[in-house]
Write a protein that binds this ligand. Structure first.
Ligand code: SF4
Ligand code: SF4
Length: 335
């Protein structure tokens, strides 16, 4: 069983972490079955967020009796200290616990620091002193914010999108975290659905000793696959390296990650899927994206009012309206 030590926190977890965003979409009992199976199989790290509706409540429902044997990370999207405390209290209540192992700022647009006038970092320190949280973390989709956090020595863990499509700069962030004793939690190791071979994704991340991927799990068969890696971890051989090389060439650097930070769109365009439709259609085994429902949704791209809200909020610096336009043209040709 491969284990990862999350930097200086001393937290040692199974290399397969449980990303609890997708369990919002299933019932309480279905979530309990999944979470329990994960725990029984050796998965001991569960990452959730206050923002993920009832995800925390489901973890509390399924795992509160084994609280001492697992690690729980949650997140706050607070913009002031009042929200910080409200959200922390709610998270603890929902999770049926009196402490979080890691509490993370959830994708802030800046790196909170002591004395920056927001009081947010000071609130983290106070929560730690009170024993409500054990370690301070941050999640982000913006490389410059994550790098600033890594260099600040203020954060014990950093959560960032990391997969085999990573750029050299993103790999540099992972190395920086290792040098500075910061645990690296990898989100979107399947790049929001664009990577369809999970074993290749695992094998790539296995090269980085300080990285723990949190797999977003909604179905039992998905969980079973990750559980199988505990005893039989996929190895990065020639065949898997060839798949990575092929995907890197096909996807390039300028693709939509489906993160959704560009929403809401005033024209109600489903940007996170529409802006990468060309890729989804070609990479999904049996494409659902050619349905009448999706044809209607894609046609909405014509309603774009070019407000640039999406472009201004995309952490990857994409020209989102242009990307949507290209995807719409390609989609019409395919139809
Ligand atoms: S530019 Fe177009 S796609 Fe982007 S947010 Fe505005 S209306 Fe929506
Ligand atoms: S366009 Fe940018 S912000 Fe919107 S979903 Fe894609 S990557 Fe995320």
């Amino acid at each position: 069983m491969t284990r990862v030590t999350l930097g200086k926190t001393g937290i040692i977890v199974n290399k397969n972490g449980f990303g609890a965003l997708p369990i919002q979409r299933i019932s309480m009992e279905e979530a309990k079955l999944l979470l329990r199976k994960a725990y029984d199989s050796g998965i001991n790290f569960f990452d959730t967020a206050r923002f993920y509706t009832d995800s925390e409540e489901k973890i509390g429902y399924a795992l509160s009796d084994v609280r001492d044997e697992i690690y729980i990370a949650s997140k706050t999207m607070c913009s002031n200290t009042q929200e910080f405390w409200e959200q922390l209290h709610t998270s603890l209540k929902m999770l049926k616990t009196d402490y979080l192992d890691i509490f993370q700022f959830h994708n802030p647009s800046f790196c909170p620091k002591p004395g920056d006038g927001t009081g947010l970092y000071e609130a983290m320190l106070e929560a730690k002193e009170k024993g409500m949280i054990r370690h301070i973390g941050i999640t982000n989709h913006r490389l410059h914010v994550a790098l600033e956090a890594a260099e600040s020595h203020l954060y014990e863990t950093i959560q960032f999108p990391f997969s085999y499509l990573a750029t050299e700069a993103e790999i540099g962030l992972v190395k920086k975290c290792e040098e500075n004793g910061i645990g690296f939690i990898a989100m979107k190791a399947l790049s929001g659905g664009l990577i369809t071979n999970a074993s290749v994704a695992y094998a790539y991340l296995a090269q980085f000793d300080n990285v723990v991927p949190i797999w977003g799990v909604q179905k039992e068969m998905e969980l079973d696959e990750f559980i199988s890696y505990i005893e039989n971890p996929p190895i990065l051989n020639e065949e898997l390296l060839a798949i990575i090389a092929h995907d890197k060439e096909e996807l390039g650097g300028e693709f939509c990650r489906g993160c959704g930070y560009c929403l809401p769109c005033p024209a109600n365009i489903e940007i996170p899927t529409a802006a990468r439709m060309s890729l989804m259609i070609r990479r999904a085994p049996a494409s659902v994206y050619l349905s009448e429902e999706w044809q209607v949704k894609m046609k909405k791209i014509e309603d774009c009012i070019h407000c640039n809200n999406c472009k201004n909020h995309c952490p990857y610096g994409l020209d989102t309206p242009e990307l949507l336009k290209k995807n719409w043209i390609d989609y019409q040709n395919l139809i």
